[in-house]
Design a binder for this molecule. Sequence first.
Ligand SMILES: [Fe+2]
Length: 162
Amino acid sequence: MTVVDYTGIKKKDAETVASVLGIFLADLQIFYANLRGFHWNIKGKSFFALHAKFEEQYDYIAEKIDEVAERILMLGETPENNYSYYLKLSSLKEVSGVSCEIEIVNTILDTYKILIDKERVILEIAEERKDEATVSLMSDYIREQEKTVWMFASFLEAQCKQ
Ligand SMILES: [Fe+2]
């Protein structure tokens, strides 16, 4: 017996959802490493606010990484933990040495655009396969991250009016 024998999700369906979640996990891991760099390298007038905000963001993404990896396990598969693998799978680029606040916030907004698009696709794939737990996870992420996008976009608007 494996975990899928108890959840009512067909093995083939569980494999499909776990596979798209594996790619999403790679994206989250690259984003996490980028956010660490943003937290360390930020400079300028908004240093204190953004240094703390980026820490809040990498803590948030770390939570999602664990949730997604554990969901993959619940679907009967094994999540990857190597960055070499993540780099091959993720559509996100590694970012390093950026200290300009506008450049960083734009990169975060661009990243969330990609992640939210992927969450919508995963939600649909999971919904078609009656994987309600993954649907609910993606639905929460979209709601939370659209709020984050609104806040960072508002920060950029204020910057432009100065
Ligand atoms: Fe720190």
